[in-house]
Design a protein around this ligand. Structure first.
Ligand code: PGA
Length: 226
């Protein structure tokens, strides 16, 4: 089973997110082959902004192997922490969460102590973490189920057309990482043009798609070729 994760980041009005999911569903209904491929081979995880999770969840009822994920969870469990969104708040609404994304480290001073707490809380509340690292130093536990490598120079272009890594570079990093028990996911300007280069290898078990996931047609194209 491969994972294709769409990280919308801080984009979209509610109307835009609803329009996205409407197109996504219409296109899937038109393309039963792709729908079957998802059911059998590809776990799709959509990570919209927090307030759009529930409206999108309602639209996805009945679809198999399409899940919701949070872009982050709080490092606190519950209580007097105004503005935080915790794993406890999200339990039952999402199945996955991105943890330790480099944009959080860069813009919100997230550190390893926080990501470690987030991991523990995700586990406690039954949320599967996609744990992001930028380099070989980012590993805090060899027992993480999903490791996502995001090379800093390859992400955050906004449109998914940044300076992506070659397959050879990705495989080299995976080898150095040496975590045979973790699923290895790559995120860094993966888009509808370069996906074909990556899928020739089974070593990459999933893709974290930022900019290119904002357009449902581009995202579906990536799923179709994953
Ligand atoms: P990008 O983002 O595809 O826009 O580079 C990847 C990510 O969310 O890490």
């Amino acid at each position: 089973m491969k994972y294709v994760i769409g990280n919308w980041k801080a984009n979209n009005t509610l109307d835009e997110s609803l329009q996205w999911i409407k197109i996504f569903i219409i296109e899937l209904q038109k393309n039963q082959t792709l729908k079957k491929k998802i059911e059998q081979e590809i776990s799709v995880v959509i990570c919209p902004p927090f307030p759009h999770l529930y409206p999108i969840k309602q639209k996805l009822e009945g679809f198999r192997n399409i899940f919701l994920g949070a872009q982050d969870i709080s490092s606190v469990e519950k209580g007097t922490y105004t503005g935080e969104t915790t794993a406890l708040n999200l339990q039952g609404l999402i199945q996955f969460a991105i943890i330790g994304h480099s944009e959080r480290k860069k813009n919100f001073h997230e550190n390893e102590q926080m990501t470690s707490l987030k991991l523990q809380l995700a586990n406690k509340y039954g949320i599967k973490p996609f744990y992001c690292i930028n380099n070989l130093d980012g590993i805090i536990s060899p027992l993480i189920e999903f490791i996502c490598w995001e090379p800093p120079e390859s992400i955050s272009s906004g449109d998914g057309k940044g300076n992506f890594k070659s397959l050879a570079d990705i495989l080299k990093f995976k080898k150095m990482l040496n975590l045979p028990n973790s699923h290895f996911i790559y995120g860094g300007s993966v888009n509808e043009n370069n996906i074909k280069e990556y899928v020739v290898s089974d070593e990459i078990e999933g893709f974290l798609i930022g900019g290119a996931s904002l357009d449902p047609y581009r995202f579906l194209h990536i799923i179709e070729h994953s």
